[in-house]
Ligand binder design. Structure first.
Ligand code: ACM
Ligand code: ZN
Length: 556
């Protein structure tokens, strides 16, 4: 069937042909897909996708309707919002009239897996579950030239090369963390991040909601957390000298504020669920506490009134672990948090907690004496253990930054390894489950180009695309320990990321490399091949209006 006439058809078919030439396996016929699927085999012929091709979706469940909505959004990008294809939700496929798009479940496939077959009969998707079907739509997104995905609706049909794709993620946890405490991002910006995650097939949004510089989630029992704790009266300008502040330190003089109401949180959790993304909130304990203590001074060891922090370095002012009131506070806060987030995991922070305040605090010292704790790190462990037990009573597991390991956490806690891979390796050797998120591969607040002067101010460090791609989350583990690695996560700390376009710039295209680590796993990775496939995704970024770092692409 010749589905397009005239010059536009020739241009489109040429674009499709260029895409088809990019190969991930050495096969010149295979399309470029990122992350690289388990198998991609080009077939003979093509299928012309048009607005009048019927789409059959079986079974008719809420989750399958989410996957169907994603396809509808994609087709509207191409054919325009006016000419929407007919979606038929049914109990079985007996009635299908080809050519058609079919999206069905298969009980032969594991969760999140999918197959996608383009042939002259149409597009046939099978998923191990609705998430798998959703990921197949993301792959289809890359088979359609980005040039026609601009919502213009000016093309009557798109030729798709015949292809057969099979895919299954290497890791069940594929995370992106956004620090919304250092800089606040609006609900719409968070939704855009979720859209970006979805096209990369990432499935956990770790939302860093509390820190020294801002408390960003509404808690009914403690209204001062947002009235006081969400407002920083000014922010340091330029690079933080690290504790050395004096009259020469410059501030912007502008208050920075913002928090998510409970309705905002519900909206984001629902939006994420529609994209098969779980939202894991992080409520920091016992460090990174200044915004909370500024709101309720009795949460600190001295009871002093502080201001929400205006600089970026690690802070000594942490939650008091000697007083029972701190635990009553956390139980109330975490009960409200657990009600908002259906995730099985809640992140309780645990990183960078100095013990200076505890050393001078009679209540903290008394607690240590009573419990016979031999170090202040164990005092942290005691507090973390209580919080883990409380969250356990609500049916939730804790995730904590790797310091919780030194604090002596239980083996049911999940350790997020950030100070290198060694802490993750140690945790797995102890039998804890692990998420690998080490600075040297996962900190997307680091520079991605070596020409630092040409880049916006960043935290420091150097993490080019190729380095992200080279990440092997299993390195240092033996075969018996590897199943304890739940997955990987890219982290976007935002001390030096004041707005969302810069967040996009720091995230892209490094997230593409991380998604291939997360989906394809460490075997048979080939950076040159990845770079050959990447332009398909870069073109999508351009069409969708996502900012990305082009200079980082020159680092080889
Ligand atoms: C961290 O980067 N402080 C977890
Ligand atoms: Zn204390």
């Amino acid at each position: 069937m010749n589905c397009l006439g005239g010059i536009r058809a020739a241009a489109l078919c040429a674009a499709a042909a260029v895409l088809a030439m990019v190969s991930c396996t050495g096969d010149v016929q295979s399309p470029g897909i990122v992350p690289l699927p388990c198998s991609v085999a080009a077939g003979e012929g093509e299928f012309c996708l048009s607005a009048d091709v019927p789409v059959y979706v079986c079974p008719d469940t809420r989750e399958m309707r989410c996957a169907a909505d994603e396809l509808k959004e994609l087709m509207e990008r191409v054919f325009g919002t006016e000419s929407c294809p007919g979606f038929i939700f049914c109990g079985s496929l007996d009635e299908v009239a080809h050519p058609a798009v079919t999206m069905v479940l298969s009980d032969r496939m594991p969760a999140s897996s999918y197959s996608l077959e383009v042939s002259e009969d149409g597009v046939a998707v099978e998923g191990g579950d609705a998430a798998g079907v959703f990921y197949a739509v993301q792959t289809l997104r890359q088979l359609i030239p980005a040039e026609v995905q601009g919502f213009s609706g000016s093309v009557p049909a798109v030729p798709l090369q015949a292809v057969s794709v099979e895919d299954s993620p290497a890791f069940e946890y594929r995370g992106v963390m956004l620090d919304a405490a250092r800089h606040f991002f609006s609900v719409d910006e968070v939704k855009t991040l979720l859209d970006i995650m979805a096209i990369h097939k990432m499935n956990v949004f770790h939302w860093h909601l509390t820190d020294d510089q801002g408390w960003r989630i509404e808690i009914d029992s403690f209204p001062e957390l947002t009235r006081i704790g969400s407002v920083r009266k000014r922010t340091i300008v330029g690079k933080d000298p690290g504790g050395e502040y004096d009259e020469t330190t410059q501030y912007d003089g502008t208050p920075h504020s913002g928090y998510y109401t409970k309705d905002d949180v519900r909206e984001i959790v629902e939006y994420a669920a529609g994209r098969f993304i779980t939202v894991v909130p992080e409520i920091e304990f016992p460090g990174h506490a200044v915004a909370a203590i500024a709101s309720y001074p009795w949460l600190g060891c001295t009871g002093e009134q502080f201001e929400v922090r205006q600089t970026w370095d690690i802070d000594d002012r942490v939650f008091c672990i000697g007083r029972e009131s701190t635990f009553s506070f956390f139980e109330e806060v975490l009960s409200e948090v657990a009600e908002l987030f259906p995730s099985g995991y809640i992140h309780i922070g645990g990183d960078e907690c100095p013990s200076k305040m505890w050393e001078k605090c009679p209540e903290c010292r008394r607690r240590m004496e009573e419990l016979g704790l031999e170090s202040f790190r164990r005092l942290q462990g005691y507090g973390t253990g209580r919080i883990e037990k409380f969250l356990g009573s609500l049916g939730r597991s804790i995730i904590g930054w790797d310091e919780i390991l030194e604090a002596g956490v239980s083996d049911s806690a999940i350790v997020m390894s950030w100070r290198g891979c060694d802490t993750g390796i140690e945790a797995a050797k102890r039998g804890n489950r692990v998420i690998m998120s080490p600075t040297e591969y996962s900190y997307f607040d680091y520079y991605q180009s070596s020409d630092i002067d040409a880049e916006p101010l960043a935290w420091g460090g150097y993490l080019p695309l190729e380095k992200v791609y080279s990440f092997d989350p299993y390195s240092g583990l033996d075969d018996g320990e590897k199943p304890l690695v739940l997955g990987v996560q890219a982290n976007l700390w935002t001390e030096y990321i004041p707005d969302f376009t810069q967040a996009e710039y720091m995230l892209l295209p490094r997230l593409a490399a991380m998604s291939e680590v997360a989906w394809h796993g460490p075997c048979d990775k080939d950076y040159r091949d990845f770079r050959k496939r990447l332009p398909v995704l870069l073109q999508l970024y351009r069409t969708y209006g996502y900012r990305f770092c082009e200079s980082g692409l020159c680092e080889m």
